[in-house]
Ligand binder design. Structure first.
Ligand code: NAI
Length: 255
């Protein structure tokens, strides 16, 4: 029987690349997304199970996973990947846009965990993989609320990793540095700048780089996986040179 993975937000970007990576290894793919046109393409390309899913809707999450597992009989992994970003200074991002990020990036993930847990528990050797970000390691100016949701993702993953040991469910967290996807063009109503404008000389990794790390996260024994050397450097700086990092970030945003 094929192994199975359900990917939220799998119609685009990192989620889609992960779907292709796991499909190549013979896994059966399930995708839930709000982008129905994108999902139709993936369904055809990967013979994937697809279902309309807004991660903010807990009932949709339960129905999506019940339908997927109804077809496949097992859930080896949930990739909690759907996420959005709004770029801009805190006060330029409307409260509605901030709330939307919390609803999708944090509450949407929690909804997914509730819905997936019974199926993961019933599948020996299963795994929950949450996609956070390097913005979940370093509080990222211009992405303050996004960054907050991604820090929350790491805390959630660390706690659940311990809790779910008794269920036989491993929990890992993947933290990409910048990856070339449409999210880099995310701006906000109060700003004509996007994440891409703010990247400067920093490297941008490929979706395949991210998918490879997600594949490792589905099999390895680490709790956290960083995508990109620049991400590992940021992690090092945050840990061992916090004063220098703080100074540099404050200087960059002084005006
Ligand atoms: P993307 O925009 O290409 O893909 C996001 C997918 O999520 C899209 O298919 C979109 O339709 C779906 N989605 C959005 N709102 C949804 C909702 N309410 N319910 C269900 N699906 C929804 O972006 P990307 O970059 O592939 O993002 C995937 C994850 O990777 C996100 O959690 C993002 O925060 C994270 N990430 C991305 C980085 C990057 O530089 N691209 C860096 C670090 C983390």
């Amino acid at each position: 029987m094929s192994k199975t993975i359900f990917i939220s937000g799998g119609a685009s970007g990192i989620g889609l690349a992960a779907a292709r990576r796991f499909h190549r290894e013979g896994w059966r793919i399930g995708i839930g997304d709000i982008d129905t046109a994108g999902m139709a393409r993936v369904a055809q390309e990967l013979n994937a199970f697809t279902t309309p899913l807004d991660v903010r809707d807990a009932a949709q999450w339960h129905a999506a996973l019940a339908d997927f597992v109804g077809e496949t009989g097992r859930l080896d992994a949930l990739l909690n990947n759907a996420g959005i970003a709004r770029y801009g200074m805190f006060e330029d991002i409307t409260p509605d846009e901030s709330e939307l990020q919390v609803d999708i990036n944090l509450k949407g993930v929690i909804n997914g965990v509730y819905a997936a847990l019974p199926h993961l528990k019933a599948t020996p050797g299963s795994r929950l993989i949450n996609v956070a970000s390097v913005a979940g390691i370093v509080g990222s100016p211009g992405l303050a609320v996004y960054s907050a949701t991604k820090h929350a993702m790491r805390g959630l993953s660390e706690a659940l990793d311990a809790e779910f040991t008794r269920h036989g469910v491993a929990v890992t967290c993947v933290m990409p540095f910048f990856v070339e996807t449409p999210i880099l063009d995310a701006g906000s109503k109060g700003s004509n700048r996007s994440i891409r404008d703010a990247i400067g000389k920093a490297p941008i990794y490929t979706v395949n780089d991210a998918a490879e790390v997600i594949w490792q996260a589905a099999h390895g024994s680490e709790r956290e996986y960083i995508v990109g050397k620049a991400g590992r450097q940021a992690n090092f700086a945050r840990r061992f040179m916090p004063g220098r990092l703080r100074k540099r970030m404050k200087a960059a945003f002084a005006r």
